[in-house]
Write a new protein. Structure first.
Length: 136
């Protein structure tokens, strides 16, 4: 039984160190909060296939059930717009555009949007994520 306890402690310490913590650390990691409308990061997200993620995604307007999103161009021929009802999801909208703005009519609710650069079958990492609420 003593060996099992020592083994468990050794594995716990190894996992903790590999995850960037220490054996005695009691804090847990937290994910960043989604950006609110009008905000946005100017830092580029990681790229994939040589593509740079769009930056400065923001909600330009929410009028009734119409939402307009805008972002800084990344030099990509297309952009993939992903909108979901939870952070990092795309269960409400997944569509392509060649523009750096997109207007969408949506049902009332709270949504989270992000944009990726797209070229052929390659897509970049995601832009900053913004949240918005449509009341109808």
């Amino acid at each position: 039984m003593k060996r099992v306890g020592i083994f468990v402690m050794a594995v716990t310490a190894a996992v903790s160190i590999a995850c960037g913590g220490s054996e005695n650390e009691s804090s847990s990691p937290t994910a960043p909060s989604p950006s609110t409308s009008g905000g946005g990061s100017s830092q580029p997200a990681p790229s994939s296939g040589g593509l740079t993620a769009p930056t400065n995604l923001r909600v330009v307007a929410v009028a009734g059930t119409s939402v307009t999103l805008s972002w800084a161009a990344s030099g990509s021929p297309e952009y993939l717009i992903l909108v979901g009802t939870a952070p990092s999801s795309s269960n409400a909208l997944s569509t392509n555009t060649t523009q750096t703005t997109y207007t969408w009519t949506v049902s009332p609710g709270t949504y989270y949007a992000r944009v990726q650069s797209k070229s052929g079958t390659n897509t970049s990492g995601s832009s900053n994520e913004v949240s918005f609420t449509v009341s109808g």
